[in-house]
Design a protein around this ligand. Structure first.
Ligand SMILES: [Fe+2]
Length: 197
């Protein structure tokens, strides 16, 4: 399962595993704001709040599960964004491997899954995230999570996510959230998704 471990009681800035201009459906400008400003602000706020919280030294997933208020909001948004940026890349765009077998088993086809995932992202009201996760009994599920929530709060193991906060797409797609969601499949690196199983 994906997680981040603190070093000296501070979480490190998650590096982009590609250059800012490498993703042809998300502009370098969006990446510079979204990763360099939004994610960085969540990280900085979390690291400021962490000392004396009682959760110092714990992995990020545990901080998300055990915190409330501002600490939870910033920890949740760090985990959500780190997983979002880490799942993109410049190769492995065909859905293959164990995740493909599970998707076909539980949704009928990769295309049917993508359609439902996009629809759940498009119909999430306000700010939040649409997620694909696997349950403790091995079934894939799609959930809509508001604001900073993450499927680990419902005992699910998160595998894939699309950010539907407006800051994720407004510079490139303005109000066309559905177009943004449909475009993201072009940059998913399914190898990185398989590693989360
Ligand atoms: Fe975001």
């Amino acid at each position: 399962m994906y997680d981040i471990t603190p070093k000296n009681n501070q979480f490190p800035m998650p590096a982009l595993p590609y250059s800012a201009d490498a993703l042809n459906v998300i502009s370098a400008q969006t990446l510079q704001f979204h990763h360099g400003k939004h994610l960085k602000a969540y990280l900085d706020n979390l690291n400021k709040l962490l000392p004396s919280s009682g959760l110092e030294g714990q992995p990020l997933s545990q901080v998300v599960k055990k915190s409330t208020g501002a600490l939870f909001n910033n920890a949740g948004q760090l985990l959500n964004h780190a997983m979002y940026f880490d799942q993109f890349g410049t190769s492995n765009h065909d859905c293959t491997g164990p995740i493909a077998d599970l998707i076909v088993r539980d949704f009928g086809s990769v295309e049917a899954f993508k359609k439902e995932f996009e629809q759940r992202g498009a119909t999430l009201f306000g700010s939040g995230w649409v997620w694909l996760s696997i349950s403790t009994d091995g079934k894939l599920v799609i959930t809509q999570e508001p604001n900073a929530d993450n499927p680990i709060l419902h005992n699910l193991q998160p595998l894939l996510t699309f950010d539907v906060w407006e800051h994720a797409y407004y510079l490139d797609y303005q109000n066309r959230r559905a177009d943004y969601l449909a475009a993201l499949w072009q940059i998913i690196d399914w190898q990185s998704v398989n590693k989360r199983l």
